[in-house]
Write a protein that binds this ligand. Structure first.
Ligand code: SF4
Length: 264
């Protein structure tokens, strides 16, 4: 693709969050792409799962609606992202692609990342890792750090919790490690599902065995997905972890000899 083709590439965006502080280093703009092949029980953004724009009624009987997801070109997105360039320079921040699943819109993600790198931006991609290897191969040269979801290492349980096996995901994680691509594991911890010592042991094993893994963040379950009271929320509910629960998770992790796991 030439530069002109790249900036004219378009995709479906469902949100752009400026001044993000939790999606990589520094101050960032996070661009959320619509569409995801997984169906995690605890998904915070169920409105991000379908690939096409969706219309939802607003609460109440006003008849008003809101549309989630709209087509945007690379140049439209990058123009928004570049507004905060001085903040990225000062803080070491940049652009983060998230979703949904950004690797499920591979041409758009690739074009966004290439344009971001052309502009000298630091880039992160938050991904479930569920994508064809060829997509990772094309995209990874333009990614400074992956924020790689680590949901469940047991294949059957992964399928039960997300609707998909983790075979492809773990093979992709292994490949990124072999390539030495910097990444942070992001581990949603859902009480009753994956807050098990054997799951924590797997996280530690990956972190301690691979020097490209900067660390892991344990993301305590919160029922955000249920709070969207306009028909988008999920019906899944789990106990909300207490501070004591989180301290206990860390204590188990530390007992396995790992200091690079934190509560995110
Ligand atoms: S991978 Fe993320 S966006 Fe997709 S269903 Fe799971 S939590 Fe939701």
């Amino acid at each position: 693709m030439g530069r002109r083709d790249l900036v004219e590439e378009s995709g479906i965006v469902f949100d752009i969050a400026r001044f993000s502080l939790h999606d990589g280093d520094g101050i960032r703009t996070t661009v959320f792409l619509k569409g995801c092949p997984l169906r995690c029980l605890w998904c915070h953004n169920p409105e991000s799962q379908k690939f096409e724009p969706e219309v939802y009624p607003l609460e109440g009987d006003t008849g008003d609606v809101k549309t989630i997801g709209s087509p945007m070109s690379v140049s439209e997105v990058i123009n928004v992202v570049m507004r905060d360039l001085p903040y990225y320079k000062r803080s070491g921040g940049g652009l983060t692609l998230s979703g949904g699943e950004p690797l499920a819109q591979p041409d758009f993600s690739l074009a966004l990342l290439r344009e971001a790198k052309n502009r000298g931006l630091h880039t992160c991609v938050e991904t479930s890792g569920y994508a064809h290897r060829s997509i990772l191969e094309r995209i990874s040269p333009y990614v400074d750090c992956f924020l790689f979801d680590s949901k469940e290492y047991n294949a059957d349980q992964h399928k039960e919790y997300t609707g998909r096996s983790n075979n492809v995901i773990l093979a992709n994680l292994q490949w990124l490690c072999e390539q030495g691509v910097p990444l942070i594991l992001r581990c949603p911890i859902i009480p009753g599902l994956n807050d098990r010592p054997d799951h924590f042991a797997e996280i530690v094993k990956w972190v301690n065995s691979n020097s490209n893994i900067i660390g892991a963040e344990l993301l305590a379950y919160h029922p955000y997905g249920r709070s969207k009271g306009d028909g988008q929320g999920s019906t899944f509910i789990a106990p909300i972890p207490t501070e004591e629960d989180k301290a206990n998770w860390l204590s188990i992790i530390r007992s396995y000899g790992c200091e690079k796991v934190v509560i995110g």
